[in-house]
Design a protein around this ligand. Structure first.
Ligand code: PDD
Length: 287
């Protein structure tokens, strides 16, 4: 079966899917995106992802490419047409196609929309979570508006590649004061020796992760102790546990930071429990 993508109103073979060379996303990274998890035949937390997409669009003054309900429909269609049971669906909206010029395009240029989906192995993800991942710190070098989920991800690409070249799967950005902001494509958490969960406040130079928000709801429901405050790299080295959250990883234990073991070097019980509980707290829509 060949993969299918949605591009500006049409379902096309993934291999043939293309946007114009003068798409603003291509030339200026003038666009935004979302990634939703597909889990066990369900789309996960789509209403929240569409809320955040709407916010990103409005912050950049890009119009919805079509009604929100139509976007929702296309997300489901693309997942269904690709027969994805576990994996992800990606949506990208840019300011559209126009002669290269830094100024916004003239009135009437429609935003571009692309939706793709791909399957991934739930078993491989579970095995990774059993093992945990290594992260590598990296100086924060992004613009301050990381709350907008733009496709301008070059700093994230470089930070993550650096992590890979140093034996890690994720980068942790560290600000000028020595505090962790977030991962290259995840939010960052620790569990202190006292058992307190700590994550940076959503308004403080991080992406307002949907997975992060769901995990906070679980934490409150379970009556666990948590603090929303910045934590330093130093504090992370001394933590009992660490983990990251994102639609692509759900809750993923971190077992090494800059080559040093976190806790006993194995996934912690808090992270593992949150991972187990995660889908009981999400909004699931059957595809
Ligand atoms: N990334 N922080 C950053 C910088 C991210 O790029 C992401 C998501 C997150 C987690 O957000 P959420 O829980 O809503 O997925 C935090 C997506 C998955 C990506 O770029 O692939």
């Amino acid at each position: 079966m060949s993969r299918i993508a949605y591009v500006n109103g049409q379902y096309v073979r993934h291999a043939d899917a293309a946007v114009h060379v003068e798409d603003r996303g291509y030339q200026f990274a003038d666009g935004v995106y979302e990634v939703c998890e597909v889990w066990n035949g369900n789309l996960v937390d789509v209403p929240r992802h569409l809320d955040r997409l709407g916010r990103s669009l409005s912050e950049l003054r890009i119009d919805w490419p079509m009604a929100r309900s139509a976007v929702n429909f296309v997300l489901h269609q693309v997942v269904r047409r690709n027969r994805v049971r576990d994996g992800l669906v990606y949506i990208q909206v840019t300011r559209g196609v126009s002669r290269r010029d830094h100024f916004f395009p003239p009135e009437g240029v429609a935003p571009s929309i692309v939706v793709t989906a791909r399957a991934s192995s739930a078993a491989a993800a579970a095995a990774q979570a059993e093992e945990g991942i290594a992260v590598v710190s990296y100086p924060e070098n992004r613009w301050p508006r990381v709350d907008i989920k733009t496709v301008a991800l070059l700093p994230n690409v470089l930070a993550k590649q650096n992590a890979r070249e140093n034996g890690g799967k994720e980068a942790w950005y560290v600000d000028a004061d020595g505090f962790v902001t977030e991962g290259g494509s995840t939010n960052a958490w620790i569990v202190t020796k006292e058992g307190v969960l700590v994550t940076r406040p959503a308004e403080d130079r991080i992406l307002r992760g949907i997975t992060r928000a769901v995990v906070l709801e679980i934490i409150k429901k379970e009556g666990l102790t948590f603090e929303e405050r910045p934590f330093s790299l130093e504090e992370a080295f001394n933590a009992k546990e660490a983990f990251v959250t994102a639609a692509t990883t759900v809750v993923m234990p971190v077992t090494r930071l800059d080559g040093k073991m976190i806790g006993n070097g194995h996934p912690g019980s808090v992270a593992s429990r949150l991972r187990e509980l995660f889908h009981t707290a999400t909004d699931l829509r059957v595809v």
